[in-house]
Design a protein around this ligand. Structure first.
Ligand SMILES: [Zn+2]
Length: 377
């Protein structure tokens, strides 16, 4: 994998680059749509390609539970199983094991958990998470880490930092000792923990950096902590991380969070918001959030976002979208998802173009000023 920085913004830490995997060239800053169980909900690869997506996410825990990583390997990799020939990043499953499954028991050896579906017992170790991701064939493999909740005390966060360091060695050894099943490169991203404690963030960074080849992730943010401490931590990470590797901020976020994080040197993002909120009828637009189910849109025959050129906005009215949600028609979920993903992908393109033209600092200030007036953006 290769990361080439093309432009640095003069007044902020923002930069624009190309991240090259064996499957695609990814222009950063990038937003990666989430395809947890092997599908970006309601959207097919043809639409994703039209939206200029060059990388999507898959999830180790979910794909292990169903349909199973051996089946996916038999299908010829996750790319081949889901018919997606661009890049894939897979989460390690750690976060889902803690948050979704019942009765998880964590020790230095790994995590014992019960499936959220049928209660069956499973055990994940760093090696097992790596092996599942090796079967899936993801271009970017995430380290198996421990992610404590945002309100956790320092003692708990420190122990998670130590365990994450212990586990990255095991992850890295496993990858080195076991050749990939496919003829493309799989790059391991370590995940820095440490909550909102600067000394723990420093410790975690120092301990994990030796294991990063081309990319490092910031974990343990957007997990319920105060927003000010989230941005203070991202700002600190900007001073600690090397400039020549991509930085992935996991699970963030709202459009304004993304713009502020780009100012602080973040290159890669993922979040369920555009897709999940679309299915709840909450749409991101240049005029703020539109709750499409509202009565006010009953006879609104204009387009959803006057500044959007997506398939949904170009062809359908707010009134029709509201009708589809009203009758619980699956087409409504699909059209809403197309629009929300377009909003995010266009936002990233605006960010990249403004970094290129050296207008990013002014553009981002203007964007944040406008969007801060709209709740939920
Ligand atoms: Zn649109």
């Amino acid at each position: 994998m290769q990361f080439d920085i093309l432009y640095n913004n003069k007044h902020t830490a923002a930069r624009s680059a190309i991240l090259k995997t064996n499957h695609s060239n990814i222009h950063t800053p990038v937003f990666m749509p989430i395809g947890t169980q092997g599908a970006v909900k309601t959207i097919d690869p043809e639409v994703l390609t039209k939206l200029n997506a060059n990388i999507i996410l898959g999830n180790t825990y979910h794909l292990y539970i169903r349909p199973g990583h051996t089946l996916i390997k038999n299908a010829g990799s996750l790319h081949s199983f889901i018919n997606w020939n661009k890049s894939i990043l897979t989460d390690s499953g750690g976060f889902q094991v803690y948050s979704l499954s019942k009765l998880n028991k964590i020790s230095d050896q790994g995590v014992e958990f019960k499936s959220h579906l049928d209660g069956s017992k499973h055990f994940f170790t760093p090696e097992i998470s790596m092996d599942i991701q090796r079967h899936l064939g993801s271009d970017i493999i995430m380290a198996f880490d421990e992610c404590p909740p945002g309100q956790a005390e320092e003692k708990v966060v420190r122990s998670a930092v130590d365990r994450t360091t212990k586990w990255i060695k095991q992850c890295s050894d496993f990858i080195k000792q076991n050749r990939p099943f496919y003829d493309w490169e799989q790059t391991l991203f370590p995940i820095i923990q440490g909550g909102a404690f600067p000394s723990l963030r420093k410790k975690s960074t120092e301990e994990l950096l030796p294991f990063s080849q081309c990319g490092i992730a910031i974990g343990g943010l957007a997990v319920g902590e105060e927003k000010t401490s989230m941005f203070e931590t991202i700002d600190l990470m900007n001073t600690l991380l090397p400039k020549d590797q991509p930085r992935y901020l996991m699970g963030v976020g709202r459009p304004t969070d993304i713009v502020r994080s780009v100012q602080l040197g973040i290159d890669m993002f993922d979040c369920v918001l555009p897709t999940r909120n679309a299915r709840n009828g909450q749409l991101f637009t240049s005029q703020g959030i539109v709750n499409i189910g509202n009565k006010a849109h009953k006879e609104a025959f204009d387009q959803l976002d006057p500044n959007c050129k997506c398939y949904t906005c170009e062809n359908f009215s707010k009134s029709y979208l509201r009708h589809l949600f009203n009758i619980k028609e699956v087409l409504g979920l699909r059209l809403a998802t197309i629009h929300n993903l377009s909003y995010y992908m266009n936002l990233m393109e605006d960010i990249r173009n403004n970094i290129k033209r050296q207008t990013f600092s002014e553009w981002s200030m203007k964007y944040l000023k406008k969007m801060n007036d709209f709740k939920g953006m």
